[in-house]
Design a protein around this ligand. Structure first.
Ligand code: UDP
Length: 378
């Protein structure tokens, strides 16, 4: 148990990907004598955040329950700032820890800065160099990078990006990405208790003998034309007898409406509710190909040797592309169908991409981060 006088580390997160990437860090901090982790969730995503808290065995100390239907970025940002600020005034943490590039993370860093509390940034240094792709995440992470004094970069590439921006070298630590810790932890839990991922059994039966394409799509900058193109490409691929697409649809109503319009009733497409993390990891295991605009999936799929087609114009995770396990296909309907068809029909092309490769970490990132925080504050 941490002593009462132990330095307090306030860990702030609000969305599913942040929770996935921070639950191993909270676990590592809890296991570190001499640090007291305090968890504040904003619930910028509600239901899909709670799924991760449960599997990660995290009970928040503060739950700001910020989510409102159709929230604008202005309203979200201002509510976050007031509520996170109030938590900081109550807790008086010695350090704030945020992850990635969400509004929650950016505002968490800003509120800490206003109080001159030092900020650690998990998954620091990712850059697409285009402030509108991904939007608004590219600017969120740059703001956090300006404020933080401890930058936990997942890779050499991200560390170099920070140093090019004149972040002092001694503040940058290459830790790997904590998503690999989460992936390993959950894979082990499924191995111990296969019941945790049985919910896909019916779909496995329905699509037995077919190639499986796993799909996720939710990026804000694809709202409008991009999502329609993606939906039409999925419909094109679903005309193949040998292929089925399993698509856990993000709860954002903008995504749902488009997908329902284009894909409802197609026999080779299963549009399903968002999966909890063990089931999603199982989908990654089942899939032959992942078609995604998600950031985290670009890190997880290469670790499992699954080719990833990235439906974005740019990526801040060039390591997968460099390793040959990921390909940028954008949101053009023909390009998505063409790249998927090439993988489905050409075994050599498939084999070339389906190499297990793990440029993003060795599964021990969280322990490194906890140690660095301990060293900084002891
Ligand atoms: N994920 C999940 N269930 C799903 C879809 C995704 O648990 O139905 C996980 C996935 O494994 C990855 C993370 O959510 O770790 C990605 O989240 P998202 O695509 O929302 O955000 P991004 O990574 O693009 O920031």
């Amino acid at each position: 148990m941490a002593q009462e006088t132990a330095p307090k580390v306030l860990v702030i997160f609000g969305t599913r990907p942040e929770a996935i990437k921070l639950f191993p860090v909270v676990q590592a901090l809890s296991a570190t004598d001499g640090l007291e982790p305090i968890v504040c969730v904003t619930a910028q995503h509600r239901a899909i955040l709670d799924q991760v808290l449960e599997i990660g065995q995290i009970t928040p100390d503060f739950d700001l329950d910020i989510m409102q239907p159709d929230q604008t970025l202005d309203a979200l940002t201002s509510r976050l700032l007031l509520k996170i600020g109030a938590v900081m005034d109550e807790v008086k943490p010695d350090r704030v820890l945020v992850q990635g590039d969400t509004a929650t993370a950016m505002v968490g860093a800003l509120a800490a800065y206003y109080r001159k509390i030092p900020v650690g940034h998990v998954e620091a240094g990712l850059r697409s160099y285009n402030i509108y792709h991904p939007w608004p995440e590219e600017v969120n992470r740059k703001i956090i990078g300006t404020i933080a004094d401890l930058h936990f970069a997942p890779t050499q590439t991200s560390a170099e990006a920070l140093m090019r921006e004149a972040v002092p070298k001694e503040q940058v630590h290459i830790t790997g990405n904590t998503v690999i810790d989460a992936l390993h932890w959950v894979t082990q839990r499924i191995a111990d208790n296969p019941g945790l991922a049985r919910g896909l059994d019916e779909l496995k039966q329905r699509f037995a003998g077919k190639r499986i394409i796993g799909v996720t799509s939710h990026r804000r900058e694809n709202f409008g034309g991009g999502l329609e193109n993606i939906a039409k490409a999925i419909a094109d691929l679903a005309t193949r007898d040998d292929t089925a697409l399993i698509f856990p649809v993000h709860p954002n109503p903008n995504v749902r409406a488009v997908m329902d319009q284009e894909l409802k009733g197609l026999s080779n497409v299963a549009m399903i509710e968002p999966l909890d993390y063990p089931h999603f990891v199982h989908l990654l295991e089942l899939a032959d190909i992942m078609l995604t605009d998600s950031g985290g999936v670009q890190e997880e799929a290469p670790a499992l040797g699954k080719p990833v087609l990235v439906m974005r114009e740019t990526t801040e995770r060039p390591e997968g592309v460099a390793a040959g396990t990921a390909k940028l296909v954008g949101t053009d309907r023909k390009a998505i169908v063409g790249a998927s068809t090439a993988l489905l029909d050409d075994p050599a092309a498939y084999a070339a991409m389906a190499q297990a490769h793990n440029p993003f970490g060795d599964g021990h990132s969280s322990a490194r981060i906890a140690k660095l925080l301990f060293d900084q504050h002891s």
